[in-house]
Ligand binder design. Structure first.
Ligand SMILES: *Cc1c(COP(=O)(O)O)cnc(C)c1O
Length: 381
């Protein structure tokens, strides 16, 4: 069977130059001094994309490692942590906080829209006694995009550190880590960066670094301890052997973004996302969200009478195309089209929309409009 076409909200398609870089002959990354330069340069280039001069680290492990490492490194027993929850990943941070003995306090709001910043301010006016807050940039199961450019500086005003899960946004959505006062920003190689899964990106601000150092009790764990990375370059010492081939590949994925231009990449994502949403709506489908649409994933309800999972399986079995369902409270209710990174290309999304239309026709849904014509009305060439 041929390899399926992958249009999930991560993992994404990986460009050939990234794949080839993973085949380059390797050295001993612990002993080869040149690799320390290569690693640091790669981190600096990621810093360019994220607009930060602070520490950037690439850890060996999938995106979840970053989420857990941030919570492990900041949480002490009894610490109150604000969990900003308008989605599955948002709420999920509470579990990590609990594992490390913290007290998660949930700020749970409407899951069909972005966090209302003024409403959050009213909440903070009553209670702002938190060591840190967690917020998700793009909460992938619904695709909701939170305005971290306002949320993080506001939390800082109240003296609260911020941990931002930007795994599904970073690389596809603008992020200004320093200007927006983000203490820890987290990313993953397999989403909008379009490298294979396996690497976590972590930025650490001076305030976050200090908070991790002035703890009364030691950080529990080693792999999730972010302080072990400090000074790796001067010491020429990595906490563990770096997955050198993964990093060779990831470096090329980063360079692909820088070569295209960060702003061009963001605009490309926005252009595709807007045209995709409009095409699907004109076609007669209902977007799951009311507002707060991300440019990396579109989440849409299937037509009445067609189950989401049935549609997804049909498309996979008949057209070898992988789109996602969702999970938790959205299980079997929506389909998700990932248009992040290398998947955010006009030719690719036209193929997805055409296949979706064909499959829906075969399952008995007929639209009055042509989905491709609708897409073409909105896409800017
Ligand atoms: C993908 C993703 C992660 C990483 O989690 P996996 O489910 O293991 O891929 C974390 N946060 C968000 C918002 C993500 O989309």
């Amino acid at each position: 069977m041929n390899k399926p076409y992958v249009f999930t909200p991560g993992p994404t398609n990986v460009r050939e130059n990234v794949r080839l870089a993973r085949a380059i002959e390797t050295t001993n990354p612990d002993l080869d001094k040149d690799f320390y330069d290569f690693y640091r340069e790669t981190c600096n280039r990621i810093g360019e994309i994220l607009n930060t001069e602070k520490d950037v680290f690439i850890l060996s492990g999938e995106g979840i490692l970053g989420l857990e490492a941030a919570c492990a490194s900041l949480t002490e027993v009894g610490d109150r942590v604000l969990i900003i929850d308008n989605g599955v990943f948002g709420e999920g941070f509470a579990d990590f906080v609990k594992i490390y003995g913290g007290i998660p306090v949930l700020y749970s709001v409407d899951r069909k829209r972005e966090v209302d910043v003024e409403h959050l301010r009213e909440f903070l006016d009553k209670d702002s006694n938190f060591k840190y807050a967690t917020v998700v940039h793009c909460d992938t199961p619904s695709g909701v995009l939170n305005d971290i450019s306002k949320i993080c500086p506001m939390l800082k005003e109240y003296g609260i550190l911020t941990v931002v899960d930007s795994v599904a946004a970073m690389g596809g959505e603008p992020i200004n880590v320093d200007e927006w006062d983000i203490d820890i920003a987290l990313g993953g190689s397999q989403k909008a960066f379009s490298a294979p899964p396996g690497l976590t990106i972590v930025t650490v601000s001076d305030d976050a670094d200090k908070a991790m150092r002035i703890r009364n009790t030691p950080i529990v764990g080693f792999y999730c301890n972010l302080t072990i990375w400090k000074g790796y370059y001067d010491k020429k010492w990595f906490p563990y052997t770096m997955p050198i081939s993964d990093i060779y590949g990831f470096r090329v994925a980063i360079d692909n973004i820088l070569e295209e231009g960060i702003e061009n990449v963001h605009n490309r994502h926005k252009n595709i996302a807007v045209a995709t949403r409009n095409a699907l709506t004109s076609y007669g489908l209902k977007l799951y969200l009311d507002s707060g649409f991300s440019s990396t994933v579109t989440v849409v309800e299937p037509p009445t009478g067609i189950e989401a999972n049935k549609l997804i399986n049909y498309i996979r079995d008949n057209y070898n195309l992988l789109i996602s369902g969702s999970f938790d409270y959205l299980e079997n209710k929506v389909i998700r089209i990932g248009h992040m990174g290398e998947n955010s290309r006009i030719d690719k999304i036209l193929f997805v929309l055409n296949t979706l239309d064909k499959s829906l026709n075969e399952l008995g849904y007929k639209s009055k409009v042509n989905i491709i014509e609708e897409f073409n009305k909105y896409i800017i060439l």
